[in-house]
Structures are given as C-alpha cells and as structure tokens.
Write a protein that binds this ligand. Sequence first.
Ligand code: SF4
Length: 386
Amino acid sequence: MTPRRLQFEQGPIRPPNEAQSLLLRFTRNCPWNQCLFCPVYKGRAFALRTVAEIKTDIEAARNIADEIRGVSQQLGCEGTVTDRVISTVLSNPAHSGSYRSVAVWMYYQTGACFLQDADNLIMRTDDMVEMLTFLRRTFPEIKRVTTYSRSRTVTRKPADALKRIREAGLDRVHIGLESGSDAVLKLMKKGVTADQHVEAGHRLIEAGLELSEYVMPGLGGQDLWREHAVETARVLNRINPHFIRLRSLRIPARVPLHARLEDGSFRMLTDDMLAEEIRVFIENLDGVTSTVASDHMMNLLEDVSGKLPGDKPKMLEAVRAYQSLPEPDRLVFRVGRRGGAFRSVRDLARDPATCRKIRSLIDEVQRREGQEGVERMIAEMVDQSI
Ligand code: SF4
C-alpha cells in the first residue's frame, strides 16, 4: 500500500491578509515576470502545474488535516486545534513546512484558502473549474477561495469563463494594479494599460467575483508622484473594487529598478513625500464604496484604512496627524513604525517610554553617522519586511 502523502508544494508569497489561509500552489511563479519593482519570481521560470499534480497536493493537505484532527482527538480536544494541539504539532521536527502550515490554518479557523502563485487565471478554464470543484469537495470546511491574477490575463478570458470559475468556487481575485497612470505602468514594465486594468476590474465584478486591487504608493518616484496618485484614484473610481490595498514601493538591490536608483534616473519619495502622495490619492477617490486597507508592514501609515465613502475624513485625518507632527516627532514615529513599535501616530502620545528610547537611539546614530545614518537605519528596518 502506498503511504499517504503528508506534504505538498507551496509558493513563496501570499498577500498579508491571507497569512492565516490554507496555501495551495496552482501555478509556479509569474508568466510576465518583468515588473521592474518586483523581487519575487526573478530568475524563476513560469510553469503550469498539471491537474494530477494539484489534485495530489489537495489530497495531501486533506490527509494532513485529518491526521491533525486525529492528534486532537487523542489529546482529548475533540478534533479542534487548540493551543495544546498546535504546540504538539509544531514541536515535532519531523513535520514538513506544508504540514505545519495546515496546522496553523486549522488553529486560526479562518476557513480561507489562497491559491498561489502570481496569475492563476492563466490556467485553462476547464482545468481551473475541475481544480476548484475538487478542492471544494475535498475541503467542505473552506468558506472562501482567493487567488492572484493579472489584469492582462483577465481581459483575455471570456465573460462566461470567469462566471464558470466563480461558480466552481473562486470567490475573490487580488490584482496588482500598482498604478492607474499609463506613464508609470510603462516605466515599470507592468505590461498592462490603465484601460486594461479598468476592463479587467469590470469583468471580474460582473462575473460575481470580489475584487481586491493592490496600489503601490511611491511607484511614480519624485517625477511622477502626483500623476500616479491622481490617475490611480481615477482608475479606481471607474472600477469601484471591493478592496483597495496599499503596499508601498521598496527597492531592494535584487530588483531591476535598483539600477535606476543607482544611476539617478529614478528618485524615491521620502516618507514625507509619500504621506503627501497618499493624501492626494485618498482625496481623489470619489464615488466608490471600496474598503481601503493599509495592512502591509512596508506602509508608513497603517491607519489610512476604512470603508469609503464614510471613512474618507478619518483616513485624511490619519495623514494630517502625521504631517502636522513637529519634525523631531515625525522622525521618532518613522523609526518606531519601521521598527514595529508603533502602528499609528496616536501611539506617540500613548507610549512616552518607547518614544524616549527611540529618541536616544536616534541621537546616538546621529552622533555616530549623522542624519544619513538615521535614514539608512530606517531603510534597513523597512527592507527587512520585504
Ligand atoms: S505581474 Fe506581479 S508577480 Fe509578475 S513581475 Fe509583475 S508584480 Fe511581479
């Protein structure tokens, strides 16, 4: 008898809000792979996975979930993954990474599943429908299935194909919109135009899918920041997605955009410029009912979030609160935020002890390495979360 498989393949990333989802890899890497700012799949070839491979992975995830439920029964926890069960599972070094990830998923009980990697709607529609049907049948406890895709791919998918995929069990699509400015999209080799983003957004929504659009503050650099902010808002106003998620630009040495930073042809925004860009962006969102989330560690202002249109004043106030801080306090906030100590400007008043510690750290770095040293320290802290 063949032993039951207790591990399966997983990809390198998922959106921040899918951290507690079951992660299953439907395709490998990105079929476009040219965006200048993207560090994720460079040097790795895109590959479709076969239906048989994916089914085997789904079965392996099921085997793991059943085995973990059995461990829970043995420990008297009635099949639930309690603190005791999770620590028993995680402390066993024999378990694979995928085994552990199923345990964590069961512990959080989100009922959510995220399909990796970058562009799963590129799969043949019949294969996608077969996989989703199999997934839903094998895991009836799953309540939401989400994936990444590219706007360009969505515009090539017939409307009835998207509906079939929706009916087979896909609930939500995350799109990397990044910008609504054609100049920025072209500069960054995104491989899509603003109009194609709008068309893709409409198609997904018309097919009954929830749509989550990722926007990248800072992507226009110092030359195109205003156009980036205004045009991105304008495109989102035309789409009215369910979610708008902010994930700010960072430029680690391994991305192609880094060469342009080095030769001076691309100038990054400072944090203060970024705050102003976000203010202009939010100000220009108009007539949409989207939920805005700023849930990525790379974002300076986490509390620029809420449901439009009602929370727009609150979001603008979050930016204003940062902009109206005296300069030394802005620096304390930036260091605290990037180091994970603060989530909101309000934390400065709530936590004077941490503020004092950060001030003395800033003084020390300034004495040793000047203001440049402080900026370097902040950049290093943010880049740790890429
Ligand atoms: S489409 Fe997405 S995953 Fe692919 S290179 Fe661009 S940003 Fe990266």
